[in-house]
Design a protein around this ligand. Structure first.
Ligand code: MLT
Length: 241
């Protein structure tokens, strides 16, 4: 089983998406919020790249059916009910509703891999469950990171490494199975875990902290707090398990 990591979405070739299980990671905070929405009782989540498309879909479905969430630059989109804090999505606001979400990078990352055979979503909070689901498929794995505004983001790379570390519990990885990027991500994860890499000084993490989102960051970086694995199929995200 080969494992590769794309540090930023949008650079994959069509052949990389065939016979592959793709795992999209935007640990801070889109994929963590979407996992939380499903845990909060949302029926499904519909990601849109464009905020206007989210508003149009919400108007079609009606306020009783759906709730609008998302951010730009970390800040809740004007007129939307929810921002991009995972806590928002664990609230009663999402229960039995369709969540329509649009975020700066995360929903774009999802859209970029929509033609893949299988697309799972992961963060630190479900890294082992996502790794197990992907490893049990038996296909090669491509972890696609959202990054931040077209740049790699250490938080996503570390989470990719955490997933790879967990895959080892479910699959025998042979020498040469990991790409160089996958090896670097796993090394970053191990350094973060043993305290020798300080995530707090990295760009997106420190920006969210400075904006007052310390609780979000702590929640997003708590490994294995849930077994929920979302799957993205035909434009819609539901629970795999
Ligand atoms: C994104 O999609 O860019 C992020 O989830 C940004 C954020 O932390 O809100």
């Amino acid at each position: 089983m080969k494992i590769d990591v794309l540090p930023v979405f949008g650079k994959q070739t069509d052949s990389q998406l065939q016979d592959t299980t793709v795992i999209v990671v935007d640990v801070l905070r889109a994929t963590t919020s979407i996992i939380s929405a499903l845990n909060g009782g949302a029926v499904k989540v519909v990601p849109t790249v464009d905020a206007g498309d989210a508003v149009a879909l919400a108007a079609r479905l009606g306020a009783r059916e759906c709730v609008l969430g998302g951010e730009r630059g970390g800040v809740k989109i004007a007129g939307f009910e929810l921002g991009n804090s995972p806590e928002d999505y664990l609230s009663r606001a999402v229960r039995n509703k369709t969540v329509i979400i649009s975020t700066t990078n995360g929903t774009g990352a999802l859209y970029s891999v929509r033609s893949a055979d299988k697309v799972l979503l992961a963060g630190m909070i479900n890294r082992t469950a996502a790794a197990k689901a992907a490893a049990c498929d038996g296909n090669d794995i491509l972890i696609v990171c959202a990054g931040t505004d077209g740049q790699p983001s250490a938080d996503d790379l570390c989470t990719a490494g955490a997933i790879i570390d967990a895959v080892r519990c479910y699959a025998d990885l042979l020498p040469g199975d990991l790409s160089d990027m996958a090896i670097l991500c796993e090394t970053l994860y191990r350094n973060w875990k043993d305290g020798s890499f300080d995530m707090a000084r990295t760009f997106h993490y420190s920006r969210l902290s400075a904006m007052g989102f310390d609780r979000d960051v702590e929640f997003c970086f708590t490994p294995d707090s849930t077994d929920t694995v979302p799957v993205y199929r035909d434009g819609v995200i539901i629970k795999l398990n």
